[in-house]
Design a binder for this molecule. Sequence first.
Ligand code: SF4
Ligand code: MG
Length: 300
Amino acid sequence: MTKKMDKKTRDELIAKADKLLKYETGKVITWCGNCGNYGIQNAFMRALVLEGLERKDFALFFDIGCSGNGADKFEANTLHGLHGRTISTAAGAALANDKMKVIAFAGDGATFSEGVNHLVHGVRNNFPLVFVHHNNENYGLTIGQASATTRCGVKMNGTPDGVVVEPINPLQFVLSLDPTFVARGFSGDVDHLTELFRLALRHKGFAYLEILQSCPTYNRTTPEDWYASRVKYVEDLKDYDCHDIWAARKLVQDMDKEIYLGLIYENNGRKDFLSLQKSREGRETSLVEEVRRYDVRALI
Ligand code: SF4
Ligand code: MG
């Protein structure tokens, strides 16, 4: 099951096809055939174009992992940083320059193991950035070890007898931290994912977007068709209120049978970290514009 883009948006995208190509570096792609990263990258580029964002308007931060290798493919301001540290680096950039959209990408290893502390404080502080979690349920770049989101019983390299503990439920985890934006997409539904990226880009605060990503090389337990036969859409739910955190927590409990995609939760009543700073009140300039240069040679 997939959701199709409406005709008006599709026509707009076709009319702006030349802008899409501007974001491609043309470098050799290292992802495996049919990797879900292609769909994610495609949806993200479409969203940039549809939101009218030019190269000067945004900066991209990549963690280590297969998702991180996306850094090579974007003709844009990119930084490919340390493992598990993409949220902290991106937060620094977002606070220094609030006139630029900041988007950070990381896999499930970086998000829920090496960098889980940064995720906690990113959500808690409501830093003004978009965080994209590529959830392929394993460490793909290092040839298929179990991560914190690998399902119990699954045999991976490094755990040949099967994982013995239950996985983290990413959305339950994030919803427990009083977030302001939580959404979930699927790499096999590019049209729908494009719209989720657009919503996340418009959010003022920490926008958490989980993407169920197929990894045909190492994750054979939940391949693309496994997800495709289970995903459902929040938009099709009558009476679902995405401002009700308890409704959201109930909705994301099931990770096996009915997996809901869409805008799961939004709270626009909580200010982002920068807006809460007294020292920033009434300022038209961003911090980077206020940097002064001093000659310190006389002090040395
Ligand atoms: Fe994609 Fe998996 Fe290959 Fe990595 S290992 S590039 S996630 S298919
Ligand atoms: Mg992974």
